[in-house]
Ligand binder design. Structure first.
Ligand SMILES: [Zn+2]
Length: 449
């Protein structure tokens, strides 16, 4: 599979996840904006410390909460269109470095988490009150971790295995995406345009969770999972008809995604177009399979040969669909027009003939100029509940790739980066494993007969 430099970074940093919380299947987009109290903690070990601790400490608040475009807070604010962001849990924006009574060697992330939380308790910082999200950064030199980042799916924990002096958004955003309940997003090749015959192949490149880097934001099914599309924006299609889509990450109101029943699964259709910080290199109508209603585990349906990534020189619309058919579930989708910030998409259900579907899109105002801000659309993001979560300890009942089902009481593991054979999380039938390998596992599970 071709993976772009950005994709490699994102995947190489990505990683695993422990299911430690319970998250609503999809949050409600009309609730109040979520400001998640996030606590970055710098930790060191008996056998290793940051080479430049002052620089790491000085830069951390800006990396997470700064006003710059590529801070974690700015990224989520823009992506959710004001529904969700991270805010500092402590005034200084960071705690540490704290020396943990353990060695780095062995990359015991559970012990790192446990000892860090014990130290925070000593400092009077209580999870669920003083902070809702714990993000631990430690020096990479001696740890030997097979990943650059790790995140619970969904849940409140991230681990950053730092090389250098600052975390970057490709890693940080990806791990916090896991916290929102998002697994890795793969690609399913359906060469003849019929969804009954598809082959897993690589990553979607349409999401930060699928090798697309931060510039891809996240895809429509993931936006639904996060609770960042209202019912008016993600329209459940119950009968044949024609719909006007506006761009997924653009400003303004209107339908941004079609959510179509497809047997036990869902078929989600989106329109992508450059907007704000996102989709400068993604254009056109794309389709995703959502297995059994798990919007955090979707895969791109690719009926083309281009296999566009965020790094190759395929055109921005190389993976866009013009039509797809699912004979098994008697669904047909055809794109009537696409471009300049809007698309017309016709959907035929129950085996109806596409040509018989009335071409009468509901009246929709012309899209507003495309730019994305952070001040619009009050709403709610998915806020992982931290009450009742299990301590992140031990590897456990990993239920499979991105199967971050809400009822998971065990731990859900997802790892990216490095050699999957060395991943601690790969044991126990781990789901999302690292980088390429992990994604392949993920895709194979999603392959349909
Ligand atoms: Zn990952």
């Amino acid at each position: 599979m071709k993976t772009s430099a950005l994709g490699r970074i994102a995947l190489a940093t990505g990683i695993a996840a422990l299911t430690v919380g319970v998250l609503p299947a999809t949050a409600q987009a009309d609730d109040a904006p979520v400001k998640r109290k996030t606590l970055p903690v710098l930790v060191e070990f008996g056998d290793s410390a940051f080479q430049h601790p002052d620089q790491v400490k000085a830069g951390t608040p800006d990396t997470y909460f700064g006003t710059r475009k590529d801070s974690l807070a700015s990224f989520f604010s823009e992506l959710s269109r004001g529904r969700y962001t991270v805010v500092p849990a402590v005034e200084e924006g960071v705690v540490g470095p704290v020396k943990l009574p353990m060695n780095a060697a062995g990359c015991d992330y559970n012990q790192i988490n446990k000892l860090t939380r014990e130290e925070l308790t000593k400092q009077g910082l209580v999870m669920g009150e003083d902070y809702e999200s714990l993000s631990i950064t430690f020096p990479a030199q001696k740890a030997g971790c097979a990943w650059a980042g790790l995140g619970s799916v969904p849940g409140p924990y991230t681990w950053l295995n730092l090389v250098g002096t600052a975390n970057g958004l490709p890693v940080l955003g990806h791990e916090f995406g896991h916290n929102l309940g998002l697994g890795h997003q793969g690609r399913s090749m359906c060469a003849d345009g019929d969804l009954v015959d598809c082959e897993a192949n690589g990553t979607s490149a349409k999401s930060l969770m699928g090798g697309g880097g931060p510039a891809a934001g996240i895809s429509a099914p993931e936006m639904i999972r996060a609770g960042w599309l209202s019912d008016d924006e993600a329209v459940e299609v119950a009968e044949s008809g024609t719909h006007t889509l506006r761009s997924l990450h653009g400003e303004g109101s209107g339908t941004r995604a079609l959510d179509i029943p497809m047997g036990e699964d869902r078929l989600v259709v989106e329109y992508r177009h450059a907007a704000g910080s996102f989709d400068q290199d993604i254009e056109g109508v794309h389709a995703y399979r959502v297995p059994k209603g798990n919007y955090g585990s979707s895969s791109l349906i690719d009926v083309t040969e281009a296999n566009k990534t965020s790094g190759n020189d395929a055109p921005a619309d190389a993976d866009a669909i013009t039509s797809v058919t699912d004979k098994a579930n008697k669904i047909s989708v055809a794109v009537l027009s696409s471009g300049n910030g809007r698309a017309e998409v016709k959907v035929a259900l129950n085996g109806e003939d596409l040509s018989a579907v009335v071409d009468a899109p509901e009246e929709t105002a012309a899209p507003d100029p495309e730019h994305t801000g952070t001040e619009t659309d009050a709403g709610a993001g998915a806020e992982p509940q931290i009450g009742g979560q299990k301590p992140a300890g031990g590897s456990g009942t990993d239920t499979g790739a991105g199967s971050d089902s809400d009822s998971d009481s065990g731990e859900n593991l997802a790892a990216t980066g490095g050699d999957s054979s060395t991943l601690p999380l790969a044991a126990g039938g781990a789901a999302l494993v690292a980088a390429g390998a992990a994604t392949v596992v993920l895709m194979r599970r999603r392959k349909r007969a």
